[in-house]
Design a protein around this ligand. Structure first.
Ligand code: ATP
Ligand code: MG
Length: 576
């Protein structure tokens, strides 16, 4: 970047570019006109499971960069394994990518659409003497592959004639051989220091029905062969993938170079790992199959559907993907960063509401028995355009049990005998008496008096109170099911297991607590996926699975306490 441009850029912009090395590569490529000014990426999921937050990082990266530079991003299903893939997953992936807010226009592709073309490419490699049909079993291929320190052993079938290879490959396609009886292998170098280059298999026999091509094929191309050629066919410019494919890049390049076709650039980045979370599809499937969670969309799952049900917004996930950045170095991102992103978003737009989770009855002795007043409450102090609402107030209320203490310690500013506090948007009240259960000694109700001059929550004489608490009117509130979630794992890195254990040994037994709360009346009409801040408690989202009209069930998205700023501060301090 030249100095002039550099000086014109804001610090923020510079930081944004620095955060993502692939963005830097694209900026450079646009400057040198490497791809004729084009940016064309793709997101290539295998439809064998639901998308998770790691995929979201890849989606935001591929679609986001295309969007940013006026390019295109394709959605391509990498469906080369007929036995593991399913239409159900295809549809779920489409829905999830859309929900995140991305659009592939008319460019939704399937690797299986290219099977004819891929077959032709394989025939071309055979004709060039660059591929051969091998009769070794899978096990024999593994055994002759060599190790990192020893070269592999050449297959006895390696030097078959082109004619014989063409004939055998054709017969493989026609279904004349059973599963895995033969493979087509690239003829590269059994002594290559890179194991991926030791005559990798490019086609295998599998008599299985494919979710799209049905029984047309009984040979299926392998990932490495399919992927680079699909990228080439779609004229992708930047083929972005995760770090474990770095060692596959020479093979990616080899196929394209041998065939002399359009050649995208593969760029690898470090995959997302999140603390207290597993992101492997196999492990997520195990959680579902063992019934540890309630399906792929359980609000504790790191799947897009789980996060959605939990109350995460697409914007918060996109923002998360942006701020964690893109690098070549593996790391574990603190889940507090993700939680910070949703808090930040919901703080700006979630409607506030009063809900009491652990009720304690308050009786205002000097308040008229039958009077009901409508108090004006601000819907969102961060966005006054969201207006106000009326909250009914009456003689008997519920407050949170921990907003009252009979013998308060220092620095406890909420309700206590003789103490005056503010009921938010209502009145100042003073505690005059406590009634206990004679048997258990438990406090069953608290008596107070109110000051009628403090309506709305402020005192005309300028008298200050230290505490402000929320409340609901006992007569008007209604019970709601509230689901409080905690992390699914108790170990920061559940993938790093001690000997003799599995990731399942680190499940948090208390990751879900179901409670009944008391909610202010308007919440009765809350619709699935609507999000609220229950004042002083947390952010909540109406569950899309268990709610019924007039009977919402609330999922806690996150608590209000943000630990990310603390983490950020300690990070900054350690960098100073
Ligand atoms: P598997 O674990 O079954 O191999 P996968 O998680 O890699 O599957 P794919 O469907 O192959 O799933 O992934 C689609 C894309 O998402 C790939 O480009 C992959 O690199 C990317 N991706 C997957 N997991 C992550 C992650 N944790 N962080 C970033 N990108 C990811
Ligand atoms: Mg994969």
């Amino acid at each position: 970047m030249n100095n002039e441009m550099n000086n014109m850029m804001s610090e923020e912009e510079k930081e944004r570019i620095a955060r993502n090395f692939i963005r830097q590569i694209i900026i450079e490529d646009l400057k040198t006109n490497k791809w004729g000014g084009r940016v064309h990426t793709r997101f290539p999921p295998e439809p064998n499971g639901y998308l998770h937050i790691g995929h979201a990082k890849s989606i935001c990266l591929n679609f986001g960069l295309a969007e940013e530079f006026g390019g295109l991003c394709n959605l391509r299903f990498d469906d080369t394994n007929p036995t593991k893939e399913d239409e159900e997953y295809v549809n779920a992936i489409i829905e999830d990518v859309r929900w995140l807010g991305f659009d592939w226009g008319d460019r939704m592709y399937f690797a299986s659409d290219y099977f004819d073309q891929l077959y032709e490419y394989a025939v071309r490699l055979i004709k060039m003497g660059k591929a051969y049909v091998c009769d070794l079993s899978q096990e024999e291929i593994r055994q002759t592959r060599g190790t990192l320190t020893e070269p592999g052993i050449e297959s006895p079938y390696r030097n078959r004639s082109v004619e014989e290879n063409l004939e055998l490959f054709e017969r493989m396609r026609k279904g004349e051989f059973p599963d895995f009886a033969k493979t087509l292998r690239a003829k590269i170098d059994m002594a290559s220091p890179n194991l991926n280059m030791r005559d990798p298999v490019i086609y295998r026999i599998k008599h299985a029905t494919h979710h799209r091509t049905g029984d047309k094929w009984c040979i299926y191309p392998m990932y490495d062969f399919t992927h680079c050629l699909s990228d080439s066919i779609e004229r992708i410019t930047h083929s972005i993938c995760t770090l474990e494919f770095e060692d596959h890049r020479p093979l990616y390049d080899w196929f394209l170079d041998q065939l002399g076709v359009y050649h995208p650039q593969q760029i690898e980045f470090a995959r997302l790992n999140l603390s207290y979370t597993v992101l492997s599809k196999r492990k997520l499937l195990e959680l579902v199959q063992r019934g540890i969670v309630d399906g792929w969309d359980d609000p504790r799952m790191p799947t897009i559907r789980g996060l959605r049900r939990r109350g995460y917004t697409p914007e918060s996930i996109r923002n998360f993907a942006e701020i964690i950045g893109v690098s070549k170095k593996e790391s574990i991102v603190d889940i507090a960063v993700l939680e910070h992103c949703i808090r930040d978003d919901l703080n700006k737009r979630a409607q506030r509401a009063f809900v009491v989770l652990n009720p304690l009855k308050v009786i205002i002795d000097n308040y008229p028995d039958d009077l009901v007043e409508e108090m004006d409450a601000i819907n969102n102090p961060e966005d006054l355009s969201m207006g106000t609402r009326k909250v009914p107030f009456s003689k008997e209320l519920y407050i949170e049990r921990d907003d009252f203490m009979e013998n308060p310690p220092k620095k406890y500013y909420r309700l206590a005998p003789g103490r005056e506090v503010r009921l938010r948007y209502a009145y100042y009240i003073t505690c005059t008496d406590v009634v206990k259960d004679p048997q258990t000694g438990e406090i069953v109700e608290v008596h107070c008096t109110y000051d009628p001059a403090t309506r709305g929550g402020s005192s005309p004489d300028g008298r200050k109170v230290l505490g402000t608490i929320h409340w609901v009117s006992a007569r008007h509130c209604f019970p709601v099911e509230v689901r409080l979630y905690d992390r699914l794992f108790i170990k920061e890195n559940p993938n790093d297991v001690e000997e003799g254990k599995t990731f399942l040994d680190y499940i948090n037994p208390n990751s879900l607590e179901i409670k009944t709360g008391y909610a202010e009346p308007f919440l009765k009409d809350a619709k699935p996926e609507e999000r609220f801040q229950f004042e002083r408690i947390g952010y909540f989202c109406v569950d899309s699975k268990y709610s019924k009209p007039g009977k919402p069930v609330f999922n806690r998205t996150v608590t209000l306490k943000d630990t990310w700023s603390k983490i950020l501060k300690s990070l900054q301090e350690s960098n100073e």
